[in-house]
Design a protein around this ligand. Structure first.
Ligand code: ADP
Length: 261
């Protein structure tokens, strides 16, 4: 309100512009607060693996470790280094997505190819711990950017695998609705997400359960990336989930983004 009175003093005759001015200041403040939060979050996310890694390094330096203990320490350091690498890669992906408003390309993306790659990655990540089902209507393909789409779909599938406990079920499908929209869907029998978290899920670094997400190797940026890529393809991200009864993430593409093979 201090700002408002200042502005009214500066523009005493702009009575009918009051609301607009207040709005502007609030938006600026919000943007500034978000930027500050983001920098704080990134710093924290980078410091954690570095601190852990330095702890291990110190141990290796001070103690004269024998095999297999030495090997275990090196492996733990590698895990932390990988975490840092994933974070930096996700940050770069987000920065690139934010810099360009249009998809990098608008080509025919073959869904049979996409599904073969998704299946491969999911099997490697799951290590036969889940029942994985893939089903694609490969007569219908998407017009868009293959790398971006693979990244969005891959993020949803890897979340399903990472958050679903052993012997759970994951269904991945691609189909066309009666209205001609294309639906990419990932359903899992995992822990689900309490409804109060759903609206904030695509915010950077927003996590339902911090410690659990760390354990599963997440960067906290996956769904923010998915949301960006969806927007760039005019697709909608729908999340259906209840606490305790699994989750379904859908990307719905408009008919004019589809093409038959
Ligand atoms: P993260 O790297 O932490 O997985 P994401 O942006 O991909 O980050 O997801 C944000 C949060 O949404 C996760 O931390 C997790 O709490 C929740 N989440 C995402 N996918 C699922 C899922 N399939 N089942 C349960 N929770 C999920």
């Amino acid at each position: 309100s201090a700002n408002l009175s200042l502005m009214l003093q500066a523009f005493p005759f702009a009575e009918n512009r009051r609301l607009l001015l207040v709005q502007d200041v609030t938006d600026l403040r919000k943007a500034e607060a978000m930027r500050r939060d983001f920098v704080a979050n990134v710093s924290h996310e980078m410091r954690t693996p570095l601190t852990v890694m330095m702890g291990f390094l110190e141990t290796v330096q001070t103690l004269d470790l024998e095999e297999p203990q030495k090997e275990q320490y090196l492996e733990m350091m590698m895990t932390q280094a990988r975490r840092m690498k994933n974070l930096v890669e996700d940050l770069l992906t987000l920065a690139n997505l934010e810099a360009n408003t249009l998809p990098a390309s608008n080509q025919k993306v073959q869904m049979s190819t996409i599904f073969a790659l998704l299946k491969n990655d999911a099997e490697a990540l799951s290590q036969s711990k889940h029942s994985l089902n893939f089903h694609a209507d490969d007569q219908v393909n998407i017009l868009g950017d293959e790398r971006e789409l693979l990244s969005a779909f891959g993020n949803l599938v890897s979340n399903a695998v990472r958050y679903t406990p052993e012997s759970g079920k994951i269904d991945v499908s691609w189909s066309v609705t009666e209205h001609g929209q294309g639906v990419f869907s990932v359903s899992d029998s995992g822990p689900g997400i309490p409804p109060e978290h759903l609206p904030r899920l695509t915010e950077r670094f927003y996590r339902v359960d911090r410690s659990r997400s760390r354990e599963t190797g997440g960067t906290g940026l996956g769904l923010a990336i998915v949301k960006h890529i969806a927007n760039r393809h005019q697709a909608q991200l729908l999340i259906e989930s209840l606490s305790g009864s699994g989750s379904t993430f859908k990307l719905v593409f408009p008919a004019d983004r589809l093409t038959s093979s």
